[in-house]
Design a protein around this ligand. Structure first.
Ligand SMILES: [Zn+2]
Length: 446
């Protein structure tokens, strides 16, 4: 069934000779190269990378010559919404903007998100991601009552089932002011019981039209304290808006410093920052640096939702945050897939290689590509605190082998014919058939 261009030997020990790897992902082994990419031989043994050698070092009988094919480590998607995924056929977003997405998702969630529905859609998303060579995912789960009590138990079972194939992490997502109520305290307990991250969106249900709700600081302090009391990391949706007045990111950073928060903090989106003046951008990035905040940009979803208007007005900006400036200032930055075939994003296929390819074009990661591939591999792995995303001796032989020999070929042509190795063995790269979801997709009851 697989459409992979290359089949490796079906033995425990073999070499992938004469492959091309990103220099930034082969720590130590081949660092004399000044180019973005370098030729190498990889020796694989019993599911692990045994050695990475300069190309030509390993003898011909050790394994196939890949004639320059690129090898990447299994990819890492640190910001997704597997619980929302694939509801588009039954719950579209006719306006295509953020407000329409929130309304449509709420309608679908309240009517349809029983445990089996959430489970089947999560499983579908994971099967797609696995087939494309994604090895780890963090998902947010919509957490407004009563959904947390439905989705978190499903997530824990799914995490168990997928352990070793796609390593799963979880974060809550709820409006910020929920954490000023007892529901927020209970949600923090549910997150802690699930080994998750405490997450919210920097919007308030009490002031839905306000980019900077008056209860912002009070609620942020509450979120930080609920997390600190339980030893939880934070994962926040921040300033996902085209409104330049949305400036919660610097408040998050200042709260982290004031509270002397010891956990990790990941902030997603931060799109409004790109519409603020240079001084505000500089101050905000500096505050994030002080607070040790990591940033994830969701470029495909941002470009889809941001700057959309109901008339046929052409969007005027790309919708993404100032990721180059953040990286230059020393922040750890990643890109991730975010939504998939739901009211927040009508498209997507859980393919991090595709997300990176689009990110290059949306965010101008190119000329030179430099070490930007880190944003889809080692950086999200570091953000998630997992040992993934690099090519090194001892690492699992969970690899993408591409027909492309360089970034030009990789970024120009869809790499659907990639070979995905898990523990050194080729897996079936056929994505799950949409027909599997047909039973869940009947139109909403009136
Ligand atoms: Zn998100």
């Amino acid at each position: 069934m697989t459409h992979s261009f290359f089949r490796p030997p079906e033995t425990d020990r073999y070499a992938l000779r004469n492959v091309t790897v990103p220099t930034c992902l082969v720590e130590g082994a081949l660092t004399d190269s000044r180019d973005d990419l370098v030729r190498a031989d990889l020796m694989l043994d019993r599911g692990r990378i045994e050695a990475i050698e300069p190309a030509g070092r390993l003898p011909a009988e050790s394994g196939p010559d890949l004639d320059g094919s690129m090898v990447l480590p299994g990819m890492v998607d640190c910001h997704t919404h597997l619980d929302k995924g694939h509801i588009w056929p039954r719950q579209a977003n006719p306006t295509g903007d953020g407000a329409g997405a929130s309304m449509a998702t709420q309608r679908d969630r309240q009517a349809r998100w029983h445990a089996e529905d959430v489970r089947q859609r999560m499983e579908f998303g994971l099967a797609a991601a696995y087939a494309r060579g994604v090895v780890a995912i963090r998902t947010h789960l919509d957490s407004l009552a009563p959904q947390a009590d439905i989705s978190f138990p499903v997530f824990r079972e799914v995490r168990e089932r997928w352990a070793g194939r796609v390593d799963l992490q979880v974060s809550s997502i709820a409006p910020l002011d929920v954490f000023l109520t007892d529901e927020g305290r209970r949600l923090a307990d549910t997150v802690a019981e699930s080994g998750g991250r405490l997450g919210c969106v920097t919007r308030s249900t009490r002031f839905p039209a306000e980019p900077m709700p008056p209860d912002l600081d009070e609620a942020l302090v509450r979120v930080f304290r609920l997390a600190a009391e339980r030893g939880l990391d934070l994962d926040l949706h921040v300033d996902e808006s085209t409104d330049p007045r949305a400036g919660a990111l610097i408040r998050v950073a200042r709260t982290a410093v004031a509270e002397d928060f010891a956990g990790r903090i990941l902030c997603g989106h931060c799109t409004a920052l790109a519409l603020q003046d240079d001084q505000t951008i500089e101050q905000t990035i500096a505050a994030c640096k002080d607070a040790g905040i990591d940033i994830v940009s969701l470029p495909t979803v941002n470009m889809y939702l941001q700057d959309r208007s109901p008339s046929a007005r052409t969007p005027r900006w790309r919708g993404v945050t100032v990721l180059h400036e953040m990286k230059a200032a020393g922040l750890r930055v990643a890109v991730a897939g975010d939504n998939c075939r739901d009211p927040f994003y009508a498209y997507g296929d859980h393919d991090m290689l595709d997300t990176f390819t689009q990110a290059v074009k949306i965010l101008h990661f190119d000329h030179p590509l430099g070490d930007w591939i880190r944003a889809a591999t080692s950086s999200p792995a570091e953000i998630m605190g997992i040992d993934r995303g690099v090519l090194e001796a001892g690492a699992a032989a969970d690899l993408l082998v591409l027909k492309a020999r360089n970034y030009s070929e990789m970024l120009a042509r869809s790499q659907f014919d990639r070979t995905v190795l898990r523990a050194g063995r080729a897996i079936d790269t056929t994505p799950p058939d949409y027909r599997l979801l047909d039973e869940l997709m009947s139109p909403a009851p009136a």
